[in-house]
Design a protein around this ligand. Structure first.
Ligand code: CAA
Length: 263
């Protein structure tokens, strides 16, 4: 009998805490539309479960997620159909940002591109000492499209956000802690335990107070977020009309350096 393939998004319930694990290790948890769809529907279900009060979102030891799936995006060109596909895909990051229940990202290894943006959409980020954060999209001829230019800038400020978004500079966990991208750094072997401990603590607290606390903190830093996200998304879609996007993404898949021509 053929073994069933493992689901790309696994959900484990532990009392009032749910642990959601991205499970596509061979592609370093690249966030394909199938995976993000499964993630969104898992989150919808957990949001609707009265017995779940806090969520941990995690990946594997090598990667939380290495970004949106480049092989899936490489042949997309600007145009109504591509725009609709991208728009549906990117809305799933917003789904994480709009969760009513508290969500903790537990990040080990790479959190790049859409992976970094996924962590940034969570309420708390706990990082393993080996975690690496970055927005390398310019190296593919595009920009962060799932909120990176907005949430990263709000988290770390303009100077460092510019450096990361324009040059692809990566931050190691300790630097990410110093610069406010994450709030706790722990040894890789205790990452999940620490995130679960935190989630259990949140699960004991008053859910309505936590919800109000989330919204209030978001009001302090997310003012203008929707229009910022809209501007980012328009710029992102527009870049799918350039040959540099096609070149950048094909070069990644073909494992060669890209040659950009500014068109
Ligand atoms: N999409 C698709 N596949 C990916 C991927 C991605 N984002 N990241 C890694 N993979 C795949 C690789 O193609 C490779 O597959 P094969 O074994 O079939 O060749 C496998 O995962 C392992 O990756 P590497 O061999 O590259 O591993 P490495 O250790 O040499 O490098 C890495 C690791 C530095 C993370 C490198 O994989 C990398 O640079 N990945 C891409 C990071 C990136 O550019 N992310 C942004 C994506 S665009 C985006 O996210 C847009 C947005 O804002 C929504």
């Amino acid at each position: 009998m053929n073994a069933q393939p493992e689901p790309e998004v696994q959900v484990e319930r532990d009392g009032a805490v749910a642990i959601v694990t991205l499970n596509r290790p061979r592609a370093l948890n690249a966030l394909s539309s199938t995976l993000m769809k499964a993630l969104a529907s898992a989150l919808d279900e957990l949001e609707a479960s009265p017995d779940i009060r806090a969520i941990v979102l995690t990946g594997g030891p090598r990667a939380f997620a290495a970004g949106a799936d480049i092989s899936e995006m490489k042949d997309l060109a600007s145009g109504k159909a591509a725009r609709a596909a991208l728009s549906e895909h990117l809305a799933r990051w917003d789904r994480v940002g709009r969760l009513k229940k508290p969500v903790i990202a537990a990040v080990a290894g790479y959190a790049l591109g859409g992976g970094c943006e996924l962590a940034l959409a969570c309420d708390l980020v706990v990082a393993a000492e080996d975690a690496v954060f970055g927005q390398p999209e310019v190296q593919l001829g595009v920009i962060p499209g799932a909120g990176g230019t907005q949430r990263l800038t709000r988290a770390v400020g303009k100077a460092l956000a510019m450096d990361m978004v324009l040059t692809g500079r990566r931050l190691a966990a300790r630097e990410a802690l110093e610069r406010g991208l994450v709030s706790r750094v722990v040894a890789p072997e205790v990452l999940l335990d620490e995130a679960k401990r935190l989630a259990r603590r949140l699960a004991e607290l008053a859910p309505l107070a936590l919800r109000a606390a989330k919204l209030s903190v978001a009001a302090a830093c997310d003012r203008g977020l929707d229009s910022g996200l809209k501007a980012e998304r328009e710029a992102f879609y527009g870049l799918f009309d350039t040959s540099d996007q096609a070149e950048g993404m094909r070069a990644f898949v073909e494992k060669r350096p890209p040659v950009f021509e500014g068109k």
